[in-house]
Design a protein around this ligand. Structure first.
Ligand SMILES: Nc1nc2c(ncn2[C@@H]2O[C@H](COP(=O)(O)OP(=O)(O)OP(=O)(O)O)[C@@H](O)[C@H]2O)c(=O)[nH]1
Ligand SMILES: [Mg+2]
Length: 254
């Protein structure tokens, strides 16, 4: 079993992508299951094979601990880690190639709390990777782009897993807008120029420093443009996952 965690900011398209990617895998005869790790999800666009909501109910957590929805999410994420053995037990019932793991809308809950590290360890760190969903609405300006890229780098740093970046909902973008964003991902010189192409103010200085940090870390590079709505870019996610897990093609799949 290989685990692919779909992580990204609220509303960035994680759940829709999980559903579209699962459909693409099914169509291509590649076996997979879906695990929903979002206890706060009202509904999901797929039917999960394993669902954390079976063990943790956000409304009950709110009532029991006297918390609002956000505080309850924090407690729920810790409860999730305490239920890691139930999760691994449920996984034992399945014999599958890929486990697509949908994570909570509040990125910081999954990315920055120790509880998610415990889940990653329980399921198997060496068999795991992240698909980071970048919402194009946050990447429209050079400053927004640098902020978003910084966040995905922090997630990668925090979880310590191989990560592929995908730009979601590209069917909503004009061609030239998409080219500009992909250009920023792939050619840091163009981003550098666009960051400087404004009146110099304190934000520009911070932007340049963040840019330099990202460049030194080496986080620029390939970005996959996807659209879950149009089932576009799914084969690129698959190819990237193959490279991450097997260093090339999955030896078991003809
Ligand atoms: N046009 C278009 N809309 C999309 C696409 N993917 C997701 N959406 C829409 O974006 C919104 C958020 O999508 P979700 O899949 O729920 O995003 P999420 O990251 O799971 O959201 P949370 O779990 O609440 O953080 C929904 O209205 C989706 O229909 C896409 O590829 N194209
Ligand atoms: Mg979701």
């Amino acid at each position: 079993m290989r685990f692919i965690y779909f992580v990204g900011t609220a509303g960035s398209g994680k759940s829709t992508l999980v559903q579209a990617y699962k459909e693409w895998l099914d169509y291509n005869g590649i076996d997979s299951i879906i695990v929903n790790l979002d206890p706060g999800a009202d509904s999901t666009p797929y039917t999960p094979d394993i669902d954390i909501r079976e063990w943790i109910c956000l409304d009950e957590v709110m009532e029991e601990y006297g918390l609002g929805p956000n505080g309850a999410q924090v407690v729920a994420s810790d409860l999730m880690a305490m239920n890691a053995d139930k999760l691994t037990g449920a996984l034992d019932d399945f014999k599958t190639k890929y486990v697509l793991v949908d994570t909570p809308g509040q990125l910081e809950l999954f990315a920055f709390r120790d509880s998610s590290l415990r889940i990653v360890e329980a399921l198997g760190r060496d068999k795991s990777m992240i698909v980071y969903t970048s919402d194009p609405m946050l990447y429209r300006s050079p400053n927004g782009f640098v902020s978003g890229k910084m966040l995905s780098t922090l997630v990668q740093f925090r979880l310590g897993l191989p990560t592929i970046d995908v730009l979601t909902k590209t069917d909503l973008l004009e061609e030239d807008e998409m080219e500009r964003m992909l250009g920023w991902f792939e050619d840091s010189d163009s981003l550098y120029g666009d960051l400087l192409d404004r009146d110099v103010d304190p934000q520009t200085v911070i932007g340049m420093e963040l840019f330099k940090t990202l460049e030194n870390i080496g986080t620029f590079g390939s970005m996959r443009a996807v659209s879950a709505k149009e089932s576009m870019g799914m084969e690129e996610i698959y190819a990237a996952s193959q490279l991450t897990f097997f260093g090339g093609e999955d030896p078991d799949i003809q």
